[in-house]
Write a protein that binds this ligand. Structure first.
Ligand code: MN
Length: 329
């Protein structure tokens, strides 16, 4: 997906901020979403929980949009023309609907519920995403992963993965990235990551063993989910700092609850995010924008796409500088 804000703010992301807290007493920070139009004539709206002022990354996860359920007959569905990415991977995961993906690697793939598309746009890639005629209700998440400095110019790549359903007491889990419940996704990433869809039965309690060196985020789609000491409502993201070897979640609703669990070790680099680009400096962003506007080979061309591509918005007036990470607690 593209960041369709007309005047996107430049974000200086310094991820590694942990509160001073007693060992073994994780506390959940509840991050609320803000609504952002995705663009197009009838502007599908998405709920964005990352990045935000309070927190810019969870592990290398640097962008989280949650959308739907949208009645496509009313909203017009998803129609995102070719747009570029640098320095990141996009992770697409649907709860309902079907989206057609094309990119400048030559990939042409459909994504359906329970299937993950992961696209790597290190040095540069462009893609389009359009919901298909089979889609009546569109519902899912779009996530981005920041690439570490040594891999930020990685070659274009595209991976499609359909995880097996894992059963736990009172829950069903699909592990699309990393390891959970003894299931490990074969999908390649550049930093350790966790990504899983979790469906919890009404009033069931789920305790998951997790990597204590990871920080975690639970993005709730439906239901009211108590995560440790906080109740998360739909579209809220609960952040748990590293140090927890288990995560306990309770579905407090009378219907099944669904959430996406994200995790990874704290990302210790300073990055600069603007529009659909991640770099390390203002100059990186200016160059990426220039290259896209000049139709550079850096991003390539999507064959057979009916229609134009997304122009980059204007750059902010101020020079974008990366923020120093605060010292580790
Ligand atoms: Mn995109």
């Amino acid at each position: 997906m593209s960041n369709a804000e007309t005047g996107p703010a430049a974000l200086r992301c310094g991820a590694f901020t942990e509160r001073d807290r007693p060992a073994g007493s994780p506390h959940v920070d509840v991050l609320s979403a803000r609504e952002v139009p995705l663009g197009g004539p009838r502007a599908l709206r998405v709920r964005r929980t990352l990045p935000q002022r309070k927190r810019t990354l969870i592990g290398a996860w640097c962008f989280a949009d949650h959308y739907g359920p949208h009645d496509v007959a009313a909203s017009g569905g998803m129609d995102v023309p070719p747009h570029p990415h640098t320095g990141l991977q996009t992770v697409s995961w649907l709860f309902s609907g079907e989206v057609e993906h094309r990119d400048t690697l030559g990939s042409h793939a459909l994504i359906r519920p329970g299937e993950m598309n992961l696209m790597t746009g290190g040095r540069g890639i462009a893609h389009s995403e359009v919901s298909t005629a089979n889609t009546t209700v569109l519902h899912g998440v779009q996530l981005w992963v920041a690439l570490p400095g040594e891999h930020r110019d990685a070659a274009r790549d595209f991976q499609h993965y359909v995880p097996e359903l894992a059963q736990a007491d009172g829950a069903e889990i699909r592990v699309f990235l990393g390891s959970l419940l003894g299931r490990t996704s074969p999908v390649r990433t550049f930093t350790p990551l966790l990504g899983a869809e979790i469906v919890i039965e009404p009033h069931a309690t789920l305790t998951l063993a997790v990597d204590a060196t990871f920080e975690h985020g639970l993005l709730v789609d439906t239901g009211d989910v108590r995560l440790i000491d906080a109740v998360l409502r739909p579209a809220e993201l609960g952040y748990v700092p590293r140090g927890s070897a288990t995560l306990t979640m309770v579905n407090e609703a009378d219907a099944p609850a669904r959430a996406v669990l994200l995790g990874g070790p704290p990302f210790r680099e300073e990055i600069v995010m603007w529009w659909n680009f991640i770099g390390r400096s203002h100059e990186d962003i200016v160059k990426a924008r220039e290259d896209w506007e000049a139709s550079s080979d850096r991003f390539g061309v999507i064959e057979n796409f009916p229609g134009g591509r997304l122009p980059a918005p204007a750059l902010p007036n101020a020079v974008i500088t990366p923020r120093r990470n605060p010292p580790a607690v």
